[in-house]
Design a protein around this ligand. Structure first.
Ligand SMILES: [Zn+2]
Length: 76
């Protein structure tokens, strides 16, 4: 792990996974990989919530993601 190459595989994250607040990667207090998914946290309070219910937030995030895909990516 070298610090310079580390950023390359972290995708741009646009919102806090807990509260959904718009967020850029450099403003997140914390970025972490959970179940193969990069997530961003905006504040210690959200971090705390995420630690307690990470599965719940991951599932919610994934569901929202596929929901958005249906709305924006519909081709038929
Ligand atoms: Zn948040």
């Amino acid at each position: 792990m070298n610090p310079q190459g580390q950023n390359n595989d972290i995708p741009e994250i646009t919102e806090c996974i807990v509260c959904g607040k718009p967020l850029t990667s450099d403003r997140a207090i914390c970025k972490l990989k959970q179940d193969g998914l990069w997530v961003a946290i905006c504040c210690p309070h959200c971090y705390d919530s995420f630690q307690k219910k990470s599965k719940y937030y991951i599932n919610k995030y994934m569901a929202l993601k596929s929901y958005k895909k249906i709305w924006h990516g519909q081709s038929e």
